[in-house]
Design a protein around this ligand. Structure first.
Ligand SMILES: [Zn+2]
Ligand SMILES: [Zn+2]
Length: 352
């Protein structure tokens, strides 16, 4: 089979690899689609950051070279000897979180806070390949009314759901979302499904138009408007919650400026630069700043249900589907382009 293998900074190669076979508690999955995520691009262009590079991950014993890809949907093609909870032929998504299952955080249902946290495509082989093996306990069936294509964005929807949970967002609150990219637009739809009022901010016209189409109550073009003034008109005292999905140099600071006193800021971006920050803003406004990394299995189940109920629409966010041989020559350059005019590119690993 073909797989895309991370070797190091700007060194990802398409390789012909042996098909993996499941151990007794695993299933073998034929990958239908795997999305290319901004985190993959950051790992490629600025990494290694999260990928197990110098030493093996303590739970998986895997390290680079590793098959990348973590936004996965597929079909079960064979079962390990002990697997009884799923059947072959089933369309699935998966919980790609790797955690120790023993520590206090894992035992309290917070595997993202595990001291040994890892993830598929970073700590173990991922989904940019024709086949993958994964523990049967972390497999979630796709409801019959959801297509593989729609389900392909379950992972980023889970990430957005986790951010909304971290922010303890409720109805009647005003949520400001910085960045109307994939995570921003998925967060927007989840916040709307709760009954919140949502303001989306970006400087890209195409993304703002999509935000409006997907239910944003207000959009603000930060390249044209004075955002502070526009927000003051809309919220008077500031947003109840600001979610930073953009991860720009200024956006983390702006998030704390645009939230009301006593409000919450959720940071769900990976930052590639370090801003200088005055913590007195946090003190004086008594705000909470919350990190959000990845998701847990409950977020995955909630995400696929939101997609099945059409409360989250994923199809508008699929810009293109390409073969695995086009990822390096076409997909990565598109994702790295300065004026990124796409949301998600899906890869069909059986096409090359
Ligand atoms: Zn991702
Ligand atoms: Zn743990």
């Amino acid at each position: 089979m073909y797989g895309l293998v991370y070797h190091g900074n700007k060194n990802v190669r398409l390789e012909n690899l042996p098909e993996p076979e499941p151990d007794k508690n695993e299933v073998k999955i034929k990958i239908d689609f795997c999305g290319i995520c901004a985190t993959d691009i950051e790992e490629y262009a600025f990494g290694p950051k999260f990928i197990s590079f110098d030493k093996p991950h303590p739970l998986t014993q895997s390290k680079v070279p590793l098959i990348i890809g973590h936004e996965i949907t597929g079909t079960i093609v064979s079962l390990g000897a002990n697997v009884t909870n799923v059947k072959t032929g089933t369309k699935i998504v998966l919980d790609g979180t790797i955690s120790c299952m023993k520590c206090n955080q894992c035992n309290s249902g917070k595997p993202t806070q595990c001291h040994l946290l890892g993830t598929i495509g970073f700590s173990q082989n991922g989904g940019l390949a024709e086949y993958l093996t994964w523990p049967a306990a972390k497999i979630i069936e796709i409801p019959p009314e959801v297509s593989s294509k729609e389900a392909a964005l379950t992972e980023p929807t889970s990430v957005a759901h986790h951010a909304i949970q971290q922010g303890e967002i409720s109805s009647n609150e005003t949520i400001v979302i910085l960045g109307a990219g994939t995570i921003g637009l998925l967060s927007l739809q989840i916040a709307k499904s709760i009954g919140s009022k949502v303001v989306a901010i970006d400087q890209n016209k195409m993304k703002l138009e999509m935000a409006k189409k997907l239910g944003a109550d207000e959009i603000i073009d930060s390249s044209k408007e004075n955002v502070s003034e526009s927000l003051q008109k809309l919220t008077v005292s500031g947003a109840d919650v600001v979610i930073d999905t953009a991860g720009g140099i200024e956006t983390s600071i702006q998030a704390t400026e645009w939230v009301r006193s006593g409000g919450r800021v959720v940071l769900v971006a990976i930052y590639t630069s370090t801003p200088k920050y005055d913590f007195n803003t946090i003190v004086a406004k008594e705000i909470q700043v919350l990190g959000s990394l990845g998701y847990n299995i409950n977020d995955v189940k909630a995400a696929i249900n939101l997609i099945a109920q059409k409360k989250v629409l994923t199809k508008p966010l699929i810009s293109e589907i390409i073969g695995i041989d086009k990822v390096l020559s076409y997909g990565y350059p598109k994702m790295l382009a300065e004026s990124k005019d796409i949301f998600r590119i899906l890869v069909d690993p059986s096409k090359y």
